[in-house]
Design a protein around this ligand. Structure first.
Ligand SMILES: NC(=O)c1ccc[n+]([C@@H]2O[C@H](COP(=O)([O-])OP(=O)(O)OC[C@H]3O[C@@H](n4cnc5c(N)ncnc54)[C@H](O)[C@@H]3O)[C@@H](O)[C@H]2O)c1
Length: 425
């Protein structure tokens, strides 16, 4: 998806000679030690926080316990109370196009803050650090070995995810990683198996289900108003110029289904339930693309509902509906139409009701991207809240395997011209 890249302010305090580990105004390692306390060890910091907490109120004591549990990754449910003792400290990896939305979102996420950013292009990391007032920037994610981070946010493209998640797992740092999870399902499975064996929590950043409009639809479905589901259609068709901001998409062989289709497949599972068989046709409409820019996917759900997911970056409409997902959901008692203008038309009991579910704009959001940008803080807050409570992420790495399997099945169906079941993958 596209967003106008804003020019970053020039980096004023990048210090040549600091290698790839830079900290504004301090020498290598100085700032992390100061932040970590005397021992410079993340676990010791948790310990000293616990000692301080024991002198405070009971609510604070419970939270300290929750933070210690993140380190040991025991997933026991606890009633975490705010205010917290200290925010969890994160490293953001990959200071590219979409990371800007992550960084704005982290600045409003309760219970967490980004303590450092990193990018192979260290100057780029420095510019983001400067712009977002982040104290450290680095040229490699190896800094995860420092023990200074409670989580890592990986906002790089999919071919880098396996190595970066493995690095975080090796250092026992919980992960949130952007979609698409990896270039193929075998890689996804290796990532999941590795993290599971080490007991390190991993969540896939799947933000579409955290759009306000889809949280509202989920509420309506849960209320039973339209009854047992029989049919759904989710449609993303526009002609936004994604190629200016994400030029790598021109050369991506698995393009549209992986880029936007994966969001739609996750939404289909979120709204209609798990699916087990896929039929797909894909098209390459724009000339010169390595992959497809349109696809039509038919899904068979476990609950016997049928759904259609159709995605296209080659649909010329005026005004351009980007980035709205449109469609309909039918149940035995009623239906919901998802219309332009963030509008739901709910049909039940012989009547129709119109609801407008507008995304929350902020000083860092800009139309037409507000709907997507607004979903990012909600996604990241879910990650932090779940990490603190020890519960299960809605889009855990393991759960996301099921979404990924539908995308993989879509490609295999398009190649083979037949219905592909997830059981055969
Ligand atoms: N959820 C959404 O709505 C949404 C929207 C756009 C993009 N995305 C996803 O976000 C991810 C990033 O996309 P983008 O467009 O920002 O990419 P980008 O190419 O603009 O940025 C990626 C950055 O990561 C850096 N990088 C790569 N490997 C690295 C490594 N090993 N260590 C440190 N830095 C490294 C690159 O130098 C680059 O600056 C993609 O997976 C994309 O699909 C998601």
């Amino acid at each position: 998806m596209g967003e106008g890249r804003k020019a970053c302010r020039p980096l004023r305090q990048s210090r040549p000679g600091a290698g790839d580990v830079r900290s504004r105004g301090l020498s290598r390692g100085e700032r992390p030690a100061a932040r970590r306390g005397k021992s410079g060890d993340g676990r010791s910091q948790a310990g000293s926080l616990c000692r301080r907490a024991s002198r405070r109120a009971g609510a604070a004591r419970r939270l300290c316990g929750a933070q210690s549990r993140i380190r040991s990754f025991q997933v026991t449910k606890s009633d975490v109370a705010r205010p917290q003792i200290r925010p969890l400290k994160g490293l953001l990896v990959g200071c590219g196009f979409f990371a800007r939305n992550h960084l704005h979102a982290w600045s409003e996420t309760k219970g967490a803050e980004i303590a450092a950013v990193c990018d192979l292009d260290v100057e780029r990391a420095g510019r983001y650090a400067e712009e977002f007032s982040i104290p450290q920037w680095h040229g490699t994610a190896e800094v995860l070995a420092s023990g200074a981070f409670d989580f890592v946010d990986i906002c790089t493209t999919m071919e880098t995810h396996e190595a970066l998640v493995a690095l975080a797992v090796r250092h026992r740092v919980p992960v949130i990683v952007q979609k698409p999870f990896a270039p193929d399902i075998d890689t996804c499975r290796r990532i999941v198996a590795n993290a599971k064996a080490a007991g390190v929590p991993v969540m896939v950043h799947e933000n579409f289900r955290f759009q306000k409009i889809f949280r509202r639809i989920r509420e309506i479905l849960d209320s039973g108003e339209i009854g047992e589901l029989t049919f759904g259609r989710l449609s993303w068709r526009n002609a936004i110029d994604v190629y200016s901001n994400q030029p790598y998409l021109l050369k991506t062989e698995r393009f549209m289904i992986m880029d936007v289709g994966i969001h739609m497949l996750d939404l289909a599972r979120f709204l209609f339930g798990d699916a087990n068989a896929v039929s797909c046709l894909r098209q390459s409409v724009k000339e010169g693309l390595a992959g497809e820019d349109a696809a039509t996917i038919l899904l068979r759900h476990d609950n016997a509902a049928t759904s259609i997911v159709d995605v296209s970056y080659a649909s010329h409409r005026f005004p351009n509906p980007f980035p709205q997902t449109l469609g309909e959901i039918e149940g035995r008692l009623g239906s919901i139409q998802i219309l332009e203008g963030e509008t739901l038309l709910v049909h039940s009991e012989g009547r129709q009701r119109r609801e407008t579910i507008e995304a929350d704009g902020r000083n860092w959001t800009s139309d037409p991207w507000t709907q997507i940008q607004d979903s990012v803080p909600r996604t990241q807050q879910h990650f932090i809240d779940t990490l603190l409570s020890g519960g299960a992420f809605e889009t855990s790495a393991e759960d996301s395997l099921q979404t990924y399997a539908l995308a993989e099945a879509a490609y295999r169906s398009a190649e083979s011209g037949r219905l592909v079941t997830t059981a055969e993958l």
